[in-house]
Write a protein that binds this ligand. Structure first.
Ligand SMILES: *Cc1c(COP(=O)(O)O)cnc(C)c1O
Length: 397
């Protein structure tokens, strides 16, 4: 019973450790060759031209907004069902944020609602500069539809793919930016691939890549072709923008580069775990994750929704019983605009009823590649107990 099963955790091998140790013994702990090697490897894997590594996805979202020129007076729209970082990135730039209601089945930004909201904003002269769809749980948003609506109005797109490296949309890897200007990945340890802390912005646009490279390192360049003043000597550099120090270290990049080799293995194992959960919960009063036919999820999260009419206990009681049984269930996410900080900006409950309904029923179950069959069996058994008020009846696996 003391074996607590978290909702997610990293898988670090001896090879990963050796790769990090190699960097520690090398000449460069940061600003060395491993960061560009990692950027190129991620870009190659997801079919994008450029990868710009940063010290977190939050930083990458910020420099993505900066590169697209988001500033005071602009508006940025995202999904209410995301981590606060997706919308905070716009606030860092001095922009306003707003939220687009979710699709009831995928829990991602609803393209229909987006289209309607954009049409209304166009009529009122209040179009956003950028929208940030979020690939919740690792399942891509319906990017074809979202892109069609956004491009009709000249609105730019940043995909928050923090959950979705290794996933695909219309048989092409998430991150290729076919339907967006920039796509951002997170490498936090609960995500699919980790660097400890880290993130990366993908793009096919050389100018956006150039701006994001500047902004992640103080807005400073040593590139001879970019200098505005005379090159005074070998020490010379110029600051062109008010950038930040958002650089990823080579230590972190080495871990990521080593982990990236196992991405297909991670995704296969996550899909296997999801399929077992799907079968095990088929007869329970819970909603299992709906998969859009265009998307192949990376399965960062496995979220069930408790059918409050037919379950033996309500959402909170199921959640508490699972936690009490050593299952590290979680809830992704509290609709962002319900946060006190956002309420102070004027947001009120009721803005996105589908997102709020999801929040009142959703539970994220443990999902990570090193979860054992016994651990998954225990999760399944405890979910049955908590939802039905009885032990698992017949073979659910
Ligand atoms: C984790 C996460 C982030 C932030 O990622 P960090 O790398 O921790 O900064 C942003 N958006 C979403 C949807 C996330 O899940």
């Amino acid at each position: 019973m003391t074996d607590f099963i978290p909702y997610g955790r990293q898988s670090v091998t001896e090879a990963d450790i050796a790769a990090v140790v190699d960097v520690l013994k090398s000449d460069f702990l940061t600003q060395g060759p491993v960061v560009p090697a990692f950027e190129e490897a991620v870009a190659a894997r997801c079919g994008a031209q450029y990868g710009i590594a940063a010290n977190s996805a939050t930083s990458a979202l910020h420099i993505a907004c900066m590169a697209l020129g988001v500033g005071p007076g602009d508006s940025v729209w995202t999904s209410p069902l995301t981590f606060v970082a997706s919308s905070n990135a716009a606030l860092y730039c001095g922009a306003d944020v707003d939220f687009v209601e979710i699709d009831e089945r995928t829990y991602n930004m609803c393209p229909v609602r987006l289209g309607e909201k954009l049409d209304r904003a166009a009529a009122a002269g209040t179009l956003p500069k950028v929208i940030i769809p979020v690939h919740l749980t690792g399942q891509s948003c319906d990017m074809g539809a979202i892109h069609a609506h956004a491009s009709k109005h000249g609105v730019r797109i940043i995909e928050d793919a923090s959950h979705a490296i290794g996933g695909s949309y219309r048989s092409q890897p998430v991150g290729n930016c076919k339907y967006s200007d920039i796509t951002v990945f997170s490498f936090h340890p609960v995500k699919i691939v980790t660097t400890g802390e880290g993130g990366m912005a993908m793009t096919n646009d050389p100018e956006l890549a150039r701006l994001m490279r500047l902004d992640r390192s103080h807005g400073v360049t040593r590139d001879a072709d970019m200098l505005e003043q005379e090159n005074a000597g070998p020490w010379y550099y110029e600051q062109h923008r008010l950038g930040f120090n958002y650089r990823m270290t080579d230590i972190n990049a080495a871990l990521g580069l080593s982990q990236l080799d196992r991405l297909p293995e991670f995704i296969d194992r996550r899909r296997e775990i999801a399929a077992i959960y799907d079968r095990a919960f088929a007869d329970l009063p819970v909603t299992t994750p709906h998969q859009h036919t265009d998307s192949a999820s990376a399965w960062h999260l496995y979220v069930i929704r408790i059918d409050q009419q037919n379950a033996a206990q309500n959402h909170r009681a199921v959640f508490d019983q699972l936690r009490g049984a050593g299952i590290g269930v979680n809830l992704h996410y509290i609709p962002v605009y319900l946060q006190p900080y956002y309420r102070d900006l004027g947001f009120k409950p009721g803005l996105c009823p589908n997102a709020e309904a999801y929040y009142s029923e959703a539970i994220s179950l443990p999902m990570y590649p090193t979860m054992t069959a016994e651990q998954q069996h225990k999760v399944i058994e405890e979910v049955h107990k908590a939802v039905c008020g009885a032990s698992i009846g017949r073979a659910a696996e």
